[in-house]
Design a protein around this ligand. Sequence first.
Ligand code: PEP
Length: 256
Amino acid sequence: MGTLPKFVIGNWKMLSEHAHALKLASEVAAYCAEHDHPHVKTVICPTFTQLVSVEEILKDKKLAPRKLALGAQDCYPAPGGAFTGDISAPMLAEIGVRYVIVGHSERRQKHNETSKFVCEKTVAARDSKLTPVVCIGETLSERQDGQTAHVLGEQIARSLPENFEGIVAYEPIWAIGTGVTPTMEGLQDDITTIRKLLERHQPKTAERIPLLYGGSVKPDQSAEIFAIKGVNGVLVGGASLKAQDFVKIIQSAPQG
Ligand code: PEP
């Protein structure tokens, strides 16, 4: 596990207009072109309409995906067909996308996506050689009812295919976009629990699965989060929309 890189993944959600997205991508790309953090894998996930333009910016800077890669925020399980409004994994792969977020709580909650459906997307991502970033997390009431481990266990069991190769992002729903983060002791306990669940449900691949934390990550506490044993990176929403903040989070990722 010590050899896994540190991931810094920016989820721009539907929060960035086109002009802002291009400026943001240019600023992050300029930083990544000029500074080498070989232990960090940085990914930016613009909305669908911005992917091609952002990919052109990364190409112009001659950025290897190792330094800065393109991710999407979702994909549909089927490779193609009559699915109005959806985007398939092969369509993402053909324009240079390398990562795809699946099962974000905003999709699970607002689009009623089940873990079974998330698993189908995860398989589709893998079949197109995209790295899936599978999000899991409990609601505040599930946490208050002492259901956290059970909920996370169910999500892990049902959202990940056998021999899963990809990333898992633990995003407690009550921490997303709220400015509230778990205590570091509490987060350490949850990360330890998730690691054990991964070992139980994914015995062959668990040690290769990077485990990220997401939920109100800001540059002033990202170093503390990176210091938690078993955390291999962060999934960042709001703070990824300001190049300066996002860069500070990249800089806070420790080596090793
Ligand atoms: C997210 O949406 O994945 C997220 C973590 O958002 P925020 O950082 O804004 O809480």
